[in-house]
Write a protein that binds this ligand. Structure first.
Ligand code: G1P
Length: 286
């Protein structure tokens, strides 16, 4: 079965980025010249996804607006003959791709957010992309790497990234065999009890069976329904694979991680990169 659905949990209130996120959804903060969520949507679409379910919140309708057409803006750009800008305004959502939004009425955590997408995704395999995490790869992107693995093995599969042991308490951590089968998953363990230093980086591909497991999952760490706990429970019934992500990962939910991503993406930018690097060099000397 090919993978055509993606779920993007985007209901969080972005408290780590206040005051910037008081009136603006954190997913609309720009990384150089595009909002964070635009990178994630483009990653999903490049991996073959056709329907994207945004799990959002009453205060974040700007997210839906970003992917909608904006009649007044488009008419104005057309009247002024600004074709290139018109294309930019129209291409927030590539042709042939649908965005569906559902509300997460209660702040019950990531597992609960993913479960909110069940009525749309139904029995289909789907990917989950956390929009705080921006990935960059030279070849296949992070989601495409998972889709390829799924096409080969037909099993749920998640991307993993080694982190220092001093950081394991911030992530879901996996135990994995040499054959890449996951043996255990623990959400935000203390270093002493962590099964490894392999973190769940925020890209997942699930068979629809995860929904039944999520429906049974009790509140875990932080009083929230944890996706990691549902994944751990399903290991008793199904094989889930863990593959190392081949590329760069930026935690843009963290201020320093976001600043590092800004420097990295600006330096690589097709039209701004060269001038930006000159600017950086000037700052380094100052
Ligand atoms: C979430 C997940 C965690 C994962 C992390 C990746 O945690 O619960 O398993 O490792 O994203 O960024 P959060 O960052 O929302 O606390």
């Amino acid at each position: 079965m090919s993978v055509k659905f993606a779920v993007i949990p985007a209901a969080g209130l972005g408290t780590r980025f206040l005051p910037a996120t008081k009136a603006i959804p954190k997913e609309l903060i720009p990384l150089v010249d595009k909002p964070l969520i635009q990178y994630v949507v483009e990653e999903a679409v490049a991996a073959g996804i056709e329907t994207i379910v945004l799990v959002t919140h009453a205060s974040k309708s700007a997210l839906e607006n970003h992917f909608d057409s904006q009649y007044e803006l488009e008419a104005e750009l057309e009247a002024r003959g600004k074709q290139a800008l018109l294309e930019v305004a129209r291409s927030t959502l590539p042709a042939g791709v649908k965005i569906v939004s559902v509300r997460q009425g209660k702040a019950l955590g990531l597992g609960h957010a993913v479960a909110c997408a069940a009525p749309i995704v139904q029995d289909n395999p789907f990917v989950v992309l956390l929009p705080d995490v921006i990935c960059y790869a030279q070849g296949d992107n992070a989601t495409a790497q998972l889709v390829k693995d799924y096409e080969m093995y037909g099993q749920s599969v998640i991307s993993l990234l080694p982190v220092p042991m001093t950081e394991v308490h911030k992530y879901g951590i996996a135990g994995v065999t040499e054959q890449q089968a996951i043996t255990t998953l623990v959400e935000k363990p203390a270093a002493e009890v962590a099964p490894s230093n392999l973190s769940v980086l925020g890209r997942y591909l699930f068979n629809a069976s995860i929904f039944a497991e999520l429906a049974k999952t009790q509140r875990g760490v932080g009083g929230e329904i944890q996706l990691t706990d549902a994944m751990h429970a399903i290991l008793a019934k199904e094989t889930m694979r863990g593959v190392a992500f081949d590329g760069e990962v930026h935690d843009c939910g963290d201020k320093l991680g976001y600043l590092n991503a800004t420097l990295t993406f600006a330096a690589r930018h097709a039209s701004l990169g060269a001038d930006f690097k000159t600017l950086l060099a000037q700052h380094a000397q100052a």
